[in-house]
Design a protein around this ligand. Structure first.
Ligand SMILES: Nc1ncnc2c1ncn2[C@@H]1O[C@H](COP(=O)(O)OP(=O)(O)OP(=O)(O)O)[C@@H](O)[C@H]1O
Ligand SMILES: [Mg+2]
Length: 489
């Protein structure tokens, strides 16, 4: 099988990455550019000749910006964009080694799992034609078991699939037969070959889908699924495996006879054939290589583990700093043990994000700060941004509500004056109560559309037009009363 080595293909250019992000995120251009550049550098590094390549460290970034201004959104969109192994984790999820919770090394293990899945999916496409034709032959074997006296001939076709034909076995293999026996065998072989051809056509045209077939499938011991243990059992994390998986490897798999329609069997058998055709060792090696060379980890909520010094240094602060100290070697480059082998983290790219309003990046331990050479600030969103956020992104809130109400056959129209009023209200409430950025738009819009949304089933077939007057009317009582808006919006 040809291994697709993505380093021959740098992937998206920085401009293309920014352009993709622009489809979902309004403004924040500097952050988009920097992230795009870091991603591209990761790809460029792999083109550099080996000696120098190993010297080049990733351009880790911290994105700093107020709540609800798009930091997590950028990460989410990146995840769908990059072809490299990518995971997004929350810094707050981790605890210092020795405490119950996830240890930081698990992020590398999760990244590796992602990479395995990625390579596996890619390679599955490659073996699919062969798997499909093998499933077809297996179904035919089940429907019409071959008698003695026929031989199978397999020819590989250019598209990767296989063509199987049956021919009569040569008579020399049956030398002891009487003439009569020989005649009978040959006749039955001829009949079989003809019928098989006929069945093959019928199978291809879907005429046999409802026929029942019986076959055996291997399934893990029933015991295992009965054991109520998640992958997060304390202590197990460090071993890089989970308990039930361990058991699964120890106990023999059971064979179970099943009976189902050809249509259902096709799916079950396809999984089995794909499994047989894929080379898991090769997949693992490629996945590990991609993690080490191209891996990207987005650490969200980094500010939550930045502790201010001189606040007593007790309680949670201590363990936060502990998490920072645990993360440090991973970012600096170390080796993490996973069930797929040792993973070197030297070239994994880290992009971190945090609001940093309670703490500052300088509250992070100095070694960690040093490992994030690039900083970029996202700015607080303005009324003008809100207008764009409401309408421009491909998944904009307005489009979401329209689609939702569309399912009830209600045609929702939100006029320009309504957008203006919503944007104005959002920045006003953000300024007067707490600035929660674009999240405010969710709460406002929900409030404004509450009535229409509730009554939608009775508005079937109607058009509902909303303008600035409508928006202000729905919001006026709440906005006037600061106390109330703190709770309602
Ligand atoms: N610049 C933006 N363009 C489009 N949508 C945005 C933008 N900023 C925020 N949003 C929307 O607001 C919501 C919250 O944004 P996001 O999750 O990115 O906040 P955040 O910056 O991660 O905040 P926090 O610091 O609280 O985690 C998202 O649903 C997102 O769609
Ligand atoms: Mg966030």
């Amino acid at each position: 099988m040809e291994i697709d080595r993505p380093e021959h293909n740098l992937g998206l250019t920085p401009a293309q990455i920014v352009e993709e992000l622009d489809r979902y995120i309004v403004g924040q251009n500097q952050a988009k550019r920097l992230v795009a550049l870091a991603l591209r550098s990761q790809a460029r590094r792999q083109q550099v000749e080996e000696g120098l390549r190993n010297e080049i460290t990733p351009k880790n970034i911290i994105m700093i910006g107020p709540t609800g201004c798009g930091k997590t959104e950028i990460a989410r969109r990146l995840a769908r964009l990059v072809k490299a192994p990518f995971i997004k984790v929350e810094a707050t999820k981790y605890t210092e080694v020795g405490y119950v919770g996830r240890d930081v090394e698990s992020m590398i293990r999760d990244l590796t799992e992602t990479a395995i899945k990625m390579v596996r999916d890619e390679w599955t496409d490659g073996v699919l034609p062969a798997a499909r034709s093998r499933v077809e032959e297996r179904l035919l074997d089940l429907l019409l078991p071959p008698p003695p006296g026929v031989n199978r001939q397999i020819a590989a076709l250019p598209d990767g699939s296989e063509d199987v034909t049956f021919i009569e076995a040569s008579s020399s293999a049956y030398a002891s037969e009487s003439e009569e026996e020989q005649q009978r065998r040959q006749d039955s072989a001829k009949r079989y070959i003809r019928t098989r051809e006929k069945f093959k056509k019928m199978l291809k045209t879907g005429q046999l889908e409802d026929r029942q077939v019986e076959f055996s499938v291997s399934q893990p011991s029933a015991m295992i699924s009965a054991i109520p243990m998640g992958p997060n059992m304390p202590g197990m994390d460090e071993m890089g495996m989970n308990f039930s998986e361990m058991l699964q490897n120890m106990l023999p798999t059971q064979q179970k006879e099943v009976k189902m329609s050809v249509g259902d069997a096709r799916e079950v058998l396809l999984d089995e054939e794909i499994e047989k055709l894929l080379d898991m060792d090769k997949i693992t090696r490629e996945a590990v290589r991609r993690v080490e060379e191209q891996g990207i980890i987005f650490i969200d909520e980094l500010d939550k583990i930045a502790a201010r010094e001189g606040k007593g240094g007790s309680g949670p602060d201590v363990s936060r700093e502990g998490v920072q100290r645990d993360i440090l070697p991973i970012i600096e480059g170390s080796t993490v043990f996973t069930k797929h082998g040792m993973i070197r983290t030297d070239h994994v790219l880290f992009i971190a994000a945090g609001a940093f309003h309670m703490s500052k990046p300088s509250d992070l331990i100095p070694e960690l700060q040093g490992r994030f050479p690039l900083r970029v600030e996202l700015h607080s969103l303005t009324e003008e941004d809100f207008k764009r956020i409401l309408t421009e992104p491909e998944n904009s809130l307005v489009k979401q509500y329209q689609a939702m109400l569309g399912t009830e056959d209600v045609d929702l129209e939100i006029g320009e004056s309504a957008i203006d009023a919503l944007a104005k209200a959002a920045s006003r409430v953000n300024a007067e109560t707490e600035n929660i950025g674009a999240r405010r738009l969710h709460t406002l819009l929900e409030k404004v559309l509450e009535e229409i949304s509730f009554n939608a089933p009775t508005l079937k077939g109607q058009r509902q037009t909303i303008d600035g007057g409508y928006v202000n009317d729905k919001l006026k009582d709440i906005i006037k009363d600061q106390n109330l808006s703190q709770f309602v919006l």
